[in-house]
Ligand binder design. Structure first.
Ligand SMILES: N[C@@H](CCC(=O)N[C@@H](CS)C(=O)NCC(=O)O)C(=O)O
Length: 231
């Protein structure tokens, strides 16, 4: 059976949503990253980059959330335009934009806003600016499109949903986020109302992960800080 390596963070949630949409049976394998379980050899054999999500599908391993979305959607020929479709190019572009822009800049915005020590004005300003810039591209696109690919719900909306759920936290704006980004809120609500999205959220709450960001958790999550201690 397909193994799904996950925690409760935005990137694994994209895959939880697709698995629920597809109704595929899977074996959940929780990976508690604040306990350092991502560095265990058995997991590194699946994802040498030591991050969740990842899957093992028979002999095939796939890591990085949007690669997993594309792999499973192609395999099932659902929720993605096929190779011959004129929509395929747009699907790939938006998937890469979400993977290389929205994810990293939102992640760094969270890190510098909520985790990093002072002084951080320069770094927070850069990542907050770039997070806003990327989300504004989506806001404009969604002003003219019901879903990311127009009229059809697809894996691009699932990739969007993983991070959009967290946007008030990412931007540190609370409910004011939705005044600035009404079209993002509209698509977020549309996807969240799907029964599969509700099952994905319920799936997440069945597992308990370490919440304390204590010294051990910081050692695993922010290994770069060791270099500062040695300086
Ligand atoms: N590009 C990767 C990013 C994966 C990622 O950063 N995962 C986080 C959870 S959302 C993680 O595993 N963090 C643990 C760590 O950084 O040690 C993807 O889209 O899957």
């Amino acid at each position: 059976m397909l193994k799904f390596f996950f925690n409760a963070a935005p990137n694994p949630m994209k895959i939880a949503l697709l698995l629920e949409e597809l109704g595929l049976p899977f074996e959940p394998v929780p990976v508690d990253t604040r306990k350092g379980e991502q560095f265990e050899p058995a997991f590194l054999a699946v994802n040498p980059n030591a991050k969740v999500p990842a899957i093992r599908d028979g002999e095939v391993t796939v890591f990085d959330s949007n690669a997993i979305l594309l792999y499973l959607a192609d395999r099932e020929q659902r929720f993605v335009p096929g190779l011959q479709s004129p929509q395929r190019g747009q699907a790939l572009s938006w998937l890469m934009f979400l993977a290389s822009g929205i994810g990293p800049f939102s992640g760094q915005s969270v890190h510098f806003r909520h985790m990093a020590p002072e002084p951080k004005t320069y770094a927070l300003n850069r990542y907050d600016y770039e997070a806003h810039r990327h989300w504004s591209v989506l806001e404009k696109h969604l002003g003219q499109n019901t879903y990311m690919l127009g009229d059809e719900f697809s894996i691009v909306d699932m990739a969007f949903w993983g991070w959009a759920r967290m946007l008030p936290f990412v931007l540190g704006m609370g409910e004011a986020t939705w005044v600035q980004y009404p079209h993002i809120k509209r698509l977020l609500d549309l996807v969240s109302a799907r029964p599969a999205a509700q099952r994905a959220e319920a799936f997440r709450t069945r597992y308990t992960f370490k919440t304390e960001m204590d010294a051990d958790a910081k050692k695993f999550m922010f290994p770069q800080n060791e270099r500062l201690n040695q300086a």
